[in-house]
Design a protein around this ligand. Structure first.
Ligand code: ARG
Length: 278
């Protein structure tokens, strides 16, 4: 799974600059309002806890350096995917990336005056994250300054009905809207459903590469495909019943029938961190 994940990431990230240059010329106008995959535009104020992860040094300034998503669970605490902070994604070790920021409250990445950019002061990357199996794909960022009051979402604890299969959920991000490298400038969301673990166990049986692990991962999408997260959405939130249940982690392709999105199961993250809601 490691090689597949890295390949999936590397190509769209490299294409990002090309895609945004093209869409300025409207060649991609027909696809640009398709989605995330199968989604619709939302305002940052509709999901103020959704943040963009940015490094202009690593990813260039065309889209404010956005390369992953994240979610604020405290005014100075943001969750993201561990793989977003890996050397494979960043191109160098995290400790050498000196301009890691979160961008909050900004719908359009190009609207430099909107919202705020806050430096990341420290990052805790799950030491148990396994890039081969994708198990434990989460990290905690500590911000240099607190985000505004109201930009925080609560995490759904184990047993919360928000995790029930069949439930409606939404995923948010600035990721690829087509699966071939169409990166939007503005935030989007897609309505998906929490799917039975058995669907992802069938879709991703694993083997040497590792597969779907129901205890630490969550399966979501549409059984017929069409709505999904995609490259560039990683680390961003999956929300159900107003609570955070997942972080975008991986999948094969985007929005393909029979290949749902795989998310970090937030209740497992809470258990791992010994995090209790009080
Ligand atoms: N690994 C991707 C990223 O870094 C996210 C892939 C999610 N894929 C999916 N089909 N839901 O942005």
């Amino acid at each position: 799974m490691r090689r597949r994940l890295v390949r999936a990431l590397a190509r769209p990230l490299v294409l990002a600059a090309v895609a945004s240059a093209l869409s300025a010329g409207s060649a991609l106008a027909a696809t640009s309002d398709r989605v995330v995959i199968g989604g619709f535009p939302v305002e940052a104020s509709d999901s103020p806890w959704t943040v963009a992860l940015s490094s202009r040094n690593r990813f260039g300034g065309t889209r404010a350096g956005q390369f992953c998503g994240g979610v604020a669970v405290g005014r100075s605490t943001v969750l993201t995917a561990a793989h977003c902070l890996s050397e494979e994604v960043l191109g160098e070790p995290l400790e050498r990336v000196h301009d890691l920021k979160v961008i909050a409250g900004r719908t359009n990445l190009l609207s430099a005056g909107d919202g705020q950019e806050v430096a990341v002061r420290a990052a805790w990357v799950n030491p148990a994250y396994d890039g081969a199996s994708n198990v434990g794909d989460f990290a905690v960022l500590i911000l240099a300054r607190p985000l505004p009051v109201g930009s925080v979402i609560g995490m759904a604890a184990a047993g919360d009905p928000a995790y029930a299969a069949g439930g409606e959920a939404a995923v948010y991000g600035w990721g690829d809207t087509s699966g071939v490298g169409d990166y939007p400038n503005s935030l989007r969301a897609a309505r998906v459903r929490v799917l039975p673990d058995a669907l992802c166990e069938d879709a991703y049986p694993g083997g040497a590469d590792g597969g779907y692990d129901a205890s630490s991962m969550l399966c979501a999408g549409e059984t017929v495909g069409g709505r999904d997260a995609c490259q560039g959405d990683s680390g961003g939130p999956l929300v159900a019943r107003g609570r955070l249940i997942g972080l975008v982690s991986w999948g094969i392709g985007c929005g393909r029938a029979g290949k749902p999105g795989v998310y970090v199961r937030v209740s497992d993250l809470m258990r791992t961190l010994g995090w209790t809601r009080v």
